[in-house]
Design a protein around this ligand. Structure first.
Ligand code: GTR
Length: 323
């Protein structure tokens, strides 16, 4: 065979060979048995099956690859390929995400699903993609966030006055706590257990599963159902990774992420109840807030500040009009 023919044959062999297997690194903040971790594991399993292992996602749970803000940075740069997180830490980077974080914006869980799975979710996903170099492939649940404290229960906003309450890195959340009269303290999730233990903060706010799985209840045993925010979570892929996929593989990755999200939502509903039962059995004092209006009224000015532009106002109206 001539040298030319040999070269041509080699080129053909390369073209015909299946695309090299890829291993993606996945980030998640939660413990392995958390609904989000299980949802991500299912996603990885489905994608591996449907691509005959050409795309394998290795999920690192429990913030092994860093705390949330750093991980988001790594994801933007491509050092992490996929991740799941709550959208609050994107508030300062992509203002459109603020509308989903606003207090009392959703009527119930079904409403939040219809919003994020519909046109509003798509519009926000496009902004995240354009500004942050990541593609949103599905949305996870994160339930309602409520306030919990170390020393005494919160029944009314007056009980919040002067309390140091941990928040995520988001100006909206900082202002939300200030509106209630508290002193917001931005801290990474992973530092919160010790901060509660040592009294660096007087309390925090989160959903039942995070309160339970991070064992915050051991040092903050008063949980008050303020349910002030229902922040949804996203599942994302670094954009360079995504852009290099064939159209067929993109479809596989996205469809599998949607199926993973259906599983996560089902596990979420179960875990919310199980977590609550577990902490109550461990001695947590639950204060049921029957009338949330005094809280909601104080937070109302946040709408003008964080959804004041015509574009954001329109998104809020679209959310409210979603049935
Ligand atoms: C959890 C959420 C995490 C993170 C955490 C926090 O509920 O799933 O993504 O946002 O809260 O408060 O830092």
């Amino acid at each position: 065979m001539s040298r030319h023919l040999l070269a041509a044959a080699a080129a053909l062999a390369i073209a015909a060979a299946p695309a090299a297997a890829q291993e993606w690194r996945g980030w998640n903040i939660h413990v392995p048995d958390y609904p989000n971790s299980k949802g991500l594991d299912r996603w990885a399993e489905l994608v591996a099956q449907r691509t005959s292992n050409r795309i394998r996602m290795r999920m690192f749970h429990s913030a092994q690859l860093g705390q949330q803000d750093e991980a988001i940075q790594q994801l933007r740069l491509g050092a992490i390929d996929v991740a799941n997180f709550n959208i609050t830490p994107l508030n300062n980077l992509v203002p459109e995400t603020q509308v989903l974080t606003l207090p009392f914006i959703f009527r119930d869980v079904g409403h939040s699903h219809r919003v994020v799975d519909g046109a509003v979710g798509d519009a926000i996903a496009r902004e995240i993609e354009a500004k942050l170099n990541m593609v949103v492939v599905s949305w996870f649940d994160a339930g309602a966030r409520s306030v919990y404290t170390r020393d005494r229960p919160v029944r009314t906003p007056a009980d919040m006055r002067g309390l140091k309450i941990r928040v995520q890195t988001s100006d909206l959340f900082i202002d939300l706590m200030r509106a209630l009269g508290a002193n917001p303290v931005p801290l990474p999730f992973g530092e919160l257990y010790t901060a509660l233990q040592t009294g660096v903060v007087d309390g925090a706010e989160n959903n039942w599963p995070s309160y339970e799985s991070q064992r915050h209840f051991e040092h903050a045993k008063y949980y008050s159902t303020t349910e002030h925010s229902n922040v949804p979570e996203i599942v994302v892929v670094n954009k360079q990774r995504w852009d290099r996929l064939s159209a067929a593989d993109r479809e596989i990755v996205r469809a599998a992420a949607r199926e993973a999200s259906a599983l996560q939502r089902q596990l979420w509903a179960e875990r919310e109840k199980a977590s609550r039962d577990k902490v109550v059995a461990a001695g947590v004092v639950v204060t049921e807030i029957q009338d949330r209006r005094p809280f909601a009224e104080l937070m109302e000015p946040l709408y003008a500040k964080y959804a004041g532009t015509p574009n954001l106002k329109a998104l809020v109206e679209q959310i409210r009009a979603t049935r």
